[in-house]
Design a protein. Structure first.
Length: 338
C-alpha cells in the first residue's frame, strides 16, 4: 500500500515537472523561479491534498505538504536541464543571424536596384541628348540652306545690276558721241558760239530708228562692252580665288575644281567639328548625371552600413548579455550544488 502511494506521488511530481517545463518556454529567465514558486504555493497543496491517497502515512503527507512549497522551486530550478536555456539562447542567436542575413540581402538588393535605376536613367538621358542633338543639327542645316539661298539670290541680283550698269553707261556715252558728231557737222554755223552755250541751246539728238544700221551698231558696241566687263569680273574673281586656295595651277577650270574641293573639305570639317563638340557636351552632361547618381548611391550605401553597424552592436550586446546570464547561471548552479 505504501509503495503504491509513493508511485502515485511520483506521477504527480512528474506531471508537475512537465507542466513547469511547458511554462518555461513562455516565461523569461528573470520571472521563471517566481512563477514556479507562485504556481507551487497556490496549486501544489490542493493537488497533493486531493491526489494523495488516504492510506498514505500522516508523517509522509505532512512532510510533502510542508516541504514542497519552499523547497520545490529550488529543486526544480536546479533540476531543469541547462539544455533548455541553451536552446532558447541558440534560437535567439539564430534569429539574430537570420536578421543579419536578411539585412545583407536587403543591402545587396538595394545596390542592385540603385544600379538598375542608374543604368535606366543614363540610357534615358542618352536618348534625350541624341534627340536634342538631332533636332539641333537639323535646325542648323536648315539655317545654312536658307542662308545659302539668300546669298545666292543676293549674288544673282548683284550680277544682274552689274550687267545693267555697263549697258546704261554705254548708252549714255553713245548718246554723248552722237551729240558731238551732230555738233561737228554743223560747225560752220556754230564755230563762234561757246561750247557751253551750244550744249545748253541745242536739244538732245533723236535716237536712231529701230532696225537701222546705226541702231545695230550701238547695240553691238553695248553688248561687247557688257561682255568685256563680265569677263573681267570673272577673271578677277578666279584670280582672287586662286590666291586663297592652295593651288599652283593657272588653268581656270583647275582653279575652280580645286576651289570646290577645298570648300567641300572645309564644310565637312566644320560639320565634323560641330558633331564632336555636341558629343563632348553630351558626354559632360552624362558624366555630371552619373556623378549625381553615384553620390546618391553612396549616401544610401552609407545609410545601410550605419544600420548594419547598429545591428551588429545590438547583436554583440545581446550576445554579451547572454554570456553573462549563462555565467551567472553556472555560478548559481555551482553554489546550489555546494
Amino acid at each position: 500500500m505504501t509503495s503504491s502511494s509513493e508511485i502515485h506521488v511520483q506521477e504527480v511530481l512528474n506531471n508537475l515537472s512537465n507542466s513547469i517545463k511547458r511554462d518555461a518556454e513562455i516565461v523569461d529567465g528573470s520571472s521563471f523561479t517566481a512563477a514556479i514558486a507562485q504556481q507551487d504555493a497556490t496549486a501544489l497543496p490542493t493537488s497533493l491534498a486531493t491526489d494523495l491517497p488516504v492510506s498514505l502515512p500522516a508523517e509522509l503527507t505532512t512532510a510533502l505538504v510542508a516541504d514542497l512549497p519552499v523547497g520545490l522551486p529550488v529543486t526544480i530550478a536546479t533540476s531543469i536541464p541547462s539544455q533548455d536555456h541553451n536552446h532558447i539562447g541558440q534560437e535567439q542567436l539564430e534569429r539574430i543571424a537570420q536578421q543579419h542575413q536578411q539585412e545583407q540581402a536587403q543591402l545587396q538588393a538595394a545596390q542592385a536596384q540603385a544600379q538598375a535605376e542608374q543604368d535606366a536613367q543614363v540610357q534615358a538621358q542618352v536618348q534625350a541628348v541624341q534627340a536634342h542633338v538631332q533636332a539641333h543639327v537639323q535646325a542648323h542645316v536648315q539655317a545654312q540652306v536658307a542662308q545659302a539661298q539668300a546669298q545666292q539670290a543676293q549674288a544673282q541680283a548683284q550680277q544682274a545690276q552689274d550687267q545693267l550698269q555697263p549697258l546704261q553707261e554705254a548708252l549714255i556715252e553713245d548718246s554723248h558721241v552722237i551729240h558731238v558728231n551732230t555738233l561737228d557737222s554743223n560747225s560752220s554755223t556754230l564755230a563762234t558760239v561757246p561750247i557751253t552755250s551750244v550744249a545748253s541751246a541745242v536739244p538732245p539728238p533723236a535716237k536712231p530708228a529701230p532696225g537701222s544700221e546705226e541702231w545695230h551698231r550701238i547695240r553691238r558696241d553695248n553688248h561687247k562692252e557688257v561682255e568685256r566687263r563680265r569677263r573681267d569680273n570673272i577673271n578677277q574673281g578666279i584670280n582672287d580665288l586662286a590666291a586663297v586656295i592652295p593651288n599652283n595651277d593657272k588653268n581656270k577650270g583647275q582653279i575652280l575644281r580645286q576651289a570646290v574641293n577645298y570648300i567641300t573639305a572645309i564644310q565637312e570639317a566644320q560639320v565634323k567639328m560641330m558633331e564632336e563638340m555636341q558629343s563632348v557636351e553630351a558626354i559632360k552632361f552624362e558624366r555630371e548625371q552619373a556623378l549625381v547618381a553615384k553620390n546618391l548611391v553612396q549616401a544610401e550605401l552609407q545609410n545601410l552600413i550605419t544600420q548594419h553597424d547598429d545591428l551588429k552592436r545590438n547583436y554583440d550586446a545581446l550576445r554579451k548579455e547572454y554570456n553573462d546570464a549563462e555565467e551567472a547561471k553556472k555560478k548559481q548552479r555551482t553554489a546550489d550544488e555546494e
